[in-house]
Design a protein around this ligand. Structure first.
Ligand code: NCD
Length: 313
């Protein structure tokens, strides 16, 4: 199943998502060392297309997990990586080069371009001047589709299903691009209920609300404690994106923090997720609890991105 570019989470059919999640699961299983020789052989036939290929990671905004997990994934598939860390300072963007020109040049150096850029339409613009596939690794406060795929993988891995669950989204729902993409993928599944916890200034954008309405999703707003009383299956925490609007630091409040008190309200088989990096919104005491899934979620990034690269290359 070939995918040409990854621009938005809304481009995916349920079949494509299942295919990526299945392949990621196989990759993860083979990495665990428990797979049979046959399973390895089958996987290497399936991922053979990535061998000796070159991925360019072009990041105009900071990143730890997304860039390194894509690079680790590419190496694990027998491919190579070229990279410009902090492209807004260390690439020709400083000299005034347009994104379009950079993309046409990098297209001649690599087989796929993984792009993170502050502008909303950057990935779409990049596709127009690229001659190789573009993967959106975060477009401003718009979307982050590959994070949403790894979030979905984590949900299935942690709670064993993608239908019939209740998820609480907490924090910066306005600028948090991982939230915008995740909601779009959740719309593919049955009976997923979304509860949003955020101050008014950080409310989820209208286009995401309209998406939920159009897809018949159940959603509501509540405080974090009210939401926890509804016994959710997943609590998805996010950081306040002060780089988008510095005045947001003032909006930060206790209602957006998950600590031991909140942990005591959570049911035994629920999980806490966070795309990371976190600031103070999940306290350190929570980390040792088995329901804290955020480091496992970050680790899943490598297998899921290896599956994505396999389908794009
Ligand atoms: C997120 C991002 O960059 O949007 N991080 C990530 O990719 N794991 C979340 C964030 O920066 O808050």
């Amino acid at each position: 199943m070939k995918i040409n570019n990854i621009i938005s989470a809304s481009q995916f059919s349920k079949k494509e998502v299942s295919d990526i999640l299945r392949l990621a699961k196989t990759i993860q299983f083979c990495k665990s060392g428990e797979a049979s020789c046959d399973a390895y052989r089958m996987l290497s036939a399936e991922t053979h297309n990535c061998k000796n290929k070159i991925a360019a990671t072009l990041f105009y905004e900071p990143s730890t997990r997304t860039r390194l997990s894509f690079e680790a994934a590419m190496y694990s598939l027998g491919g190579n990586v070229i990279s410009t860390e902090n492209a807004s300072h260390f690439s020709s963007a400083v000299k005034g080069e347009t994104l379009e020109d950079t993309i046409s040049v990098v297209s001649s150096y690599a087989n796929v371009i993984i792009l993170r850029h502050p502008e909303l339409d950057s990935a779409k613009r990049a596709v127009e001047s690229a001659t190789v596939p573009i993967i959106n690794a975060g477009s401003g406060c718009g979307e982050h589709p590959t994070q949403a795929l790894l979030d979905l993988f984590t949900i299935e891995d942690e709670i064993g299903r993608l239908d019939n669950f209740r998820i609480v989204l907490v924090g910066d729902l306005k600028y948090g691009r991982t939230i915008h993409s995740l909601v779009r993928l959740l719309g593919l599944y049955e009976n997923v209920e979304v509860i949003m916890c955020c101050p008014e200034q950080l409310a989820i954008p209208d286009d995401v609300i309209n998406f939920m309405i159009a897809n018949g999703m159940r959603f509501s707003a509540a405080s974090l404690h009210e939401a926890l009383e509804m016994k959710p299956d997943i609590v998805y925490m996010t950081r306040i994106q002060t780089e988008r609007d510095a005045s947001l630091a003032l909006v930060y409040n206790r209602q957006m923090i998950f600590g031991v008190e909140e942990l005591s309200m959570l049911k035994e088989d629920a999980v806490i997720m966070h795309p990371l990096p976190r600031r103070g919104e999940i306290t350190r005491e929570v980390d040792a609890d088995k329901r804290a899934a955020y480091f496992r979620q970050a680790a899943n990034g490598v297998s899921v991105r290896a599956a994505i690269l396999t389908r794009v290359l």
